[in-house]
Design a protein around this ligand. Sequence first.
Ligand code: DSN
Length: 417
Amino acid sequence: MHENLKKEDKEVYEILLKEEERKKKTLEMIPSENHTSLAVLETLSSVFNDKYAEGYPKARYYGGNEHIDEIEVLCQERAKELFGVPFCNVQPYSGSPANMAVYFAALTPGDKVLGMHLNAGGHLTHGWKVNFSGKYYNSFFYGVDKETSLINYDEVEEIAKREKPKLIFAGTTSYPRIIDFKRFREIADSVGAYLCADISHISGLVVARAHPTPADYAHIVTTTTHKTLRGPRGALIMVTKEGVEKDKELPEKINKAVFPGLQGGPHEHQVAAIAVCLKEAMKPSFKEYGKQVVLNAKTLAKELIKNDFNIVSGGTDNHLLVLDLRNKEISGKKTQELLEKAGIIVNKNAIPFDPKPPATPSGVRLGTPAITTRKMKEEEMEKIAKLIRKVVDSKTENVALEVKKEVEEMCLQFPIY
Ligand code: DSN
């Protein structure tokens, strides 16, 4: 593989080999990451990369786009079929620009938006003050209940009724439970707001029927394509039947917001690779994959609890879980570093109402999408929970390096490709 690169640029080639080796020998447990197929990777490095295609199919600002039109329409059609929606824009470069386009389409600067608080598991683009969404829009936040760590829908309703936002985001990055899109829609309707479901983390589970779909409730659905959906980096913005009913101009507003509102030439190699991942996600095997992701996460949570860990909300219903490390007297940062030495890749994460600052939070976030792609199952989750305990309880680099050997052995039994 990579014969041409090897000939042309040894430096880059060698770094690439090291990254391939790292992936091969480590347990990737950051819940927003995955291992894409070789078909997706091949499409990403194809001639589609070379083309400028500002505009949309049949209405481009450059010539030579007949096949680009074909690939973009194919991608749109697959997304619409898979998610059961009448409209999809497949051009957003990634999740943050996708959400930005939703603001451009649905709001004017200064309008009110309601999203989940970052520390409770929300996302920067859902109104965080240092992000464009908090700087140019008037943002308000809901959180989780202090006792249960679950979204407090009564609180969401209360804030919505008080502030009357024009847009509500239902979407999370570290919330381990099912999201009640129906309840969110009732709340949005009670104040006349648009409801945008940002399903970036769970879109693979949604198409695998391992998490309820927002398509019947949200007006707009955004998702990245590289997390549980297991595609290239990129994003989709969908308008549902409900969205078209609320505002028949919404698809056109979204298109105009993406281009020329926000982006220039679309990354058509990325669009083509999204088309490939959508086809993969239509296969029965992807349904099995999504269900196994959840089963693995639930098993991992149960085993970690047996190994004396506390887990935010007491478990998980989806692909991720957040360890509350306060009983272990170790920070999330230190845990991330030690686990990395052991070949277990996780990220430090705030827990709800975290007494510690974001740089050294009290938790780490773990997920099963990538290790499930390697075909690991419940038995491996049991082993991984024990290995995590060994590292965290020892708090030492030596033990982490011992564990690394066991991790590498396990990884070699479950090749990525
Ligand atoms: N960076 C993503 C995550 O890790 O969840 C969110 O954008």
